[in-house]
Design a protein. Structure first.
Length: 492
């Protein structure tokens, strides 16, 4: 359990804008801080030059985003830098979705240092998934910052960005104070965690990204016609700030519960939840509290808020029914419920089938991508045993880009299918060590490499590969689970 120092709080009349910014007349309240962030601004400029175009067809001509992009078009950015940005974007757009990319770049911006160099702030030997997959972007951002003259552009846009924050400020204060009043919670300052509201003016309208980093809860908000639409996101993240110190240890005991994992798989729950039922338990508590806060109602329901992880919300809705008459504050009341909730209780409250999330903005129609089509064809040929056709297609991709990690992984599968385990291992090792490879591809390369080593009777080395894959967290697409099964087989 983390140690928490609590001090009585008065309203803070300051807005922390970073070491190089000036204060603005915004009030921080009850662990909520308003902050401008130049790193986010530069990261999103880089993303647009790389090819991000989500919602541009509907962007108002006088918006901050439109004006910044017009300035970028006129800026003396070298063709070489633009090509490197586009290549980085292409390599990491494994989802083939523009919408999916903006959240990665936004999160990455919080994990690097300030301009002009944007150095990585965290240990690059064991970086978070977002950093591992985008390492190198910080160097391109530093070059863009100098070539495009982004500092004057950023300073020139700050008055309009601050106006957006001021429009959001009363909504934030009203929402947070309502949560505190309902929860009978005194406004106190938790020195080890804050809710930080940061505008994202160069993103498409109406997008909210939430990032939990080093104990702080960041909400990155792009411009919206009505600030009220952010209320449910504010409530959700603020409840995490209040309750996570109790939820984290409690939910952690469900992480490896095999019966829960089996039930979640039968219900077709997202893979991340199948691997860690504690995530669903934690989100269910938050969602249930959201539902009982006056003024939240239907807008805060798990489906409406996009919280598909809240599978056990019905159980906690019942458990929270006595809060109003209890006289306790919300944090103590909720913490008192948790020790009595078992894995069997969660399993009994789970729906028979999990509905897919319904609140994601639709992606524009994707343009055909020849590389993706080639990879998909090669994958189908490998499944059908047509290894020569798959090898020819993948070799064509590698002739254009020798570092294409997806093609290298495919050739590893081809070699494995032919029984050439030593050569297959070389391909899988290359992909597992490639910084540009997404987490799931690194994980499956470790698993496939371990399988090669087993067939080469090098079981001690295979075990090391499986253990590394089993320790992965994040979007591993089942690699960690496959690695644990392989470890079980080795033990037998």
């Amino acid at each position: 359990m983390r140690m928490t120092l609590i001090l009585t709080m008065t309203l803070l009349v300051a807005c922390f804008l970073g070491a190089r910014e000036t204060a603005a007349p915004l009030e921080n309240i009850a662990n909520v801080e308003f902050r401008l962030d130049e790193r986010l601004f530069v990261a999103m400029c880089a993303l647009h030059l790389a090819g991000y175009d989500y919602g541009l067809d509907k962007e108002p001509a006088d918006s901050i985003r439109a004006r910044v992009l017009a300035e970028l078009d006129r800026a003396p950015v070298s063709a070489g830098l633009k090509a490197e940005l586009r290549e980085l974007y292409r390599r990491h757009n494994v989802e083939m979705s523009a919408f999916a990319q903006q959240s990665k770049y936004a999160a990455f911006s919080l994990m690097i240092g300030p301009a002009p160099d944007f150095p990585p702030r965290l240990d690059t030997r064991h970086p978070p998934v977002q950093v591992a997959n985008l390492l190198g972007l910080e160097k391109l951002m530093a070059r863009l910052y100098g070539e495009a003259g982004l500092r004057p552009l950023w300073l020139g846009q700050q008055p309009r960005v601050l106006d957006q924050l001021r429009q959001l400020e009363p909504v934030v204060k009203e929402t947070i104070l309502a949560v505190l009043a309902f929860g009978r919670i005194e406004a106190k300052l938790y020195l080890n965690r804050r809710l930080i509201i940061t505008p994202d003016p160069v993103n498409a309208p109406g997008i909210v990204n939430a990032v939990n980093l080093e104990g702080n809860y960041y909400i990155l908000v792009s411009p919206a016609v009505q600030a009220d639409r952010y209320r449910r996101f504010l409530v959700h993240e603020y409840l995490h700030l209040l309750l996570d110190p109790h939820l984290e240890d409690w939910a952690g005991k469900f992480r490896g519960d095999e019966e829960l994992r089996r039930r979640l798989k039968e219900a077709d729950a997202p893979e991340a939840i199948q691997e860690n039922p504690g995530l669903a338990a934690r989100e269910s508590v938050i969602a249930a509290v959201e539902e009982i806060i006056p003024g939240q109602g239907e807008a805060a329901s798990p489906a409406a808020a996009g919280h598909a992880e809240a599978l056990f919300v019905g159980l906690f809705r019942e458990k929270l029914a006595g809060f109003a008459a209890s006289g306790q504050n919300l944090v103590d009341y909720t913490a008192g419920l948790l020790p009595n909730i078992s894995a069997a209780d969660l399993a009994a409250a789970m729906p028979a089938r999990v509905a897919p999330p319904a609140d994601r903005p639709p992606d524009p129609p994707a343009r055909p991508d020849p590389r993706l089509e080639t990879l998909q064809s090669a994958e189908a040929w490998i499944r059908d045993g047509q290894l020569d056709r798959a090898e020819a297609a993948l070799s064509t991709l590698l002739a254009k880009d020798p570092g294409d990690v997806n093609a290298l992984f495919g050739l590893g599968q081809v070699r494995f299918g032919r029984g050439d385990y030593a050569q297959a291992l070389q391909f899988f090792e290359t992909v597992a060590a490639a910084p540009a490879a997404p987490l799931w591809l690194q994980g499956w390369s470790l698993v496939r490499g371990g399988n090669c080593l087993v067939r080469l009777e090098r079981t001690a080395e295979a075990k090391l590969r499986f253990e590394r894959a089993a320790a992965l967290t994040g979007d591993d697409r089942g690699a960690a689970a496959a690695a644990r099964r392989s470890l079980d087989r080795l033990a037998e």
